[in-house]
Write a protein that binds this ligand. Structure first.
Ligand code: SF4
Ligand code: SF4
Length: 80
């Protein structure tokens, strides 16, 4: 799975991403006007990325490190 990155410096708080997100993973915080992201609700559809007029959003692969049992060698799994 990819994870959504939000650039706070590029965001103009227009709300287009929250409107585009049908899964409810994005919400505009009423007091701070910042975007909150719930990774568990994200389906990686990228609708928010396409809707953002400021290119403030990007989906990036998550890198997970784990260790192979008995060998203790790091393995990198890239989830796409
Ligand atoms: S990728 Fe899709 S589900 Fe995930 S936050 Fe963006 S619009 Fe919502
Ligand atoms: S669509 Fe882009 S600029 Fe608009 S609120 Fe979302 S992240 Fe910010």
């Amino acid at each position: 799975m990819n994870k959504l990155n939000i650039s706070g410096s590029k965001c103009v708080h227009c709300g287009a991403c929250t409107a585009a997100c049908k899964g409810g993973a994005l919400k505009m915080e009423a007091e701070s006007w910042t975007i909150s992201y719930n990774e568990l609700l994200c389906t990686n559809c990228s609708a928010c990325v396409k809707a953002c007029p400021s290119r403030a959003l990007s989906l990036q692969a998550q890198i997970r490190r784990t260790y192979v049992s008995g060998k203790n060698l790091p393995q990198v799994y890239e989830n796409r």
